[in-house]
Design a protein around this ligand. Structure first.
Ligand code: COA
Length: 315
């Protein structure tokens, strides 16, 4: 039977849009078959079997918590599995009121083919997509998990890479958006950033200029530039880290990369221009050895009484 066409999504009704996505996705992965993977087990029973197969002893209370199950419902499933010889209970040594649940040899033999079939089914779905599409799909899934459960998904890993087509647009856009949200700068600030990146690209000398783009889970989360000011002086510019990725050391690492690049490139000094209100950045500049070299008040980007600061690092 052909799959019904996806329902139109209304941006005004996010609840319907998400429910429509859920119906679409569960149809894609076939979990609405009452008995999953042609087995005699329901989706919930299969989830319980999966957890028991992948944990070394767990309690009913833990399973209820982690799977969000009603204790009475889980108890009925456990009793059925026990009766069928799939599951064994051993009284917990830590808490006499609790039993550790684990699959018996028979339970493991019963579950193994389902796991293999499930992996095969997902392999078939992924085989319809090319490598770039698979990457997009996984990124989208990571985004969903990260948005719905940020704590569980917060990982500290990120990569730095050189700039490539499309990055300058990101740098301009995110500076415009974030400085507007965080400091109330208007779009004239964004236009200044656009001028800086345009100049960077048009005069790029790989021996004297560099840009690092930070990526996390395949998404850009940060940037920094080091550009030639004179033969012996480099300028550090456009340090930015997305709020979702702050505090992981990315800002510090981006500054370190600039310093590491500047020395062999022949620079004797790095200078930078900043605003007195960018406190987190100043702490990082100080930690890297930069010293405040000058201050000047100005009215810019829709804000009055800003204080511009120049900082320097002798190499
Ligand atoms: C500055 C910025 C790049 C830092 O990025 P980051 O990836 O969070 O930086 P790190 O994780 O390496 O370090 C953050 C440090 O700032 C400190 N920090 C965070 N907020 C701070 C604040 N309001 N005041 C002082 N220090 C602060 C943290 O404690 C941490 O220091 P620690 O390592 O000694 O604990 C990021 O906050 C940002 O993009 N800010 C807006 C743009 C900006 O100010 N750019 C500088 C342009 S000159």
């Amino acid at each position: 039977m052909a799959a019904p066409a996806a329902l139109p999504k209304s941006p005004d009704d996010p609840v319907s849009a998400v429910r429509s996505f859920n119906r679409f996705y569960t149809r894609q992965i076939g979990v609405l078959d009452e008995h999953l993977l042609n087995s005699r087990f329901s989706l919930t029973e299969m989830r319980v079997l999966y957890e028991l197969a992948h944990r070394h002893g767990t309690t009913a209370a833990d399973l209820c918590n982690d799977l969000g199950l009603d204790p009475g419902y889980l108890s009925r499933i456990v009793q059925r599995f026990e009766k069928e010889g799939l599951l064994a209970r051993v009284r917990s040594s830590r808490d006499a009121r609790q039993s550790n649940l684990s699959l018996t040899a028979r339970g493991k033999r019963t579950f193994a083919p389902f796991e293999a079939r499930s992996a095969e089914q997902m392999g078939q779905i992924l085989a319809r997509l090319g490598p770039a599409e698979q990457k997009r799909l996984l990124q989208a899934m990571t985004s969903i998990e990260g948005l719905l459960d940020p704590k569980a998904c917060r990982s500290d890993s990120y990569v730095l890479r050189p700039h490539r087509p499309g990055d300058m647009g990101w740098v301009v856009h995110r500076h415009g958006v974030l400085y507007s949200q965080e400091y109330g700068y208007d779009e004239r600030f964004e236009s200044l950033v656009a001028e800086i990146v345009a100049h960077f690209v048009q005069h790029f000398d790989p021996n004297r200029d560099a840009c690092w783009i930070a990526e996390k889970n395949g998404e850009i989360v940060g940037s920094i530039f080091l550009v030639k000011k004179s033969k012996t002086v480099a300028k550090l510019r456009l340090l930015l880290v997305e709020p979702s990725a702050r505090g992981l050391g990315i800002g510090k690492r981006l500054i370190q990369e600039c310093i590491r690049f500047a020395r062999p490139a022949g620079y004797k000094k790095i200078v930078l221009w900043t605003q007195s209100e960018l406190h987190a950045a100043h702490r990082l500049y100080e930690q890297a050895g930069f010293k405040l070299a000058g201050k000047k008040s100005h009215d810019s980007w829709g804000r009055k009484g800003l204080v511009a600061e120049t900082w320097e690092l002798k190499l």
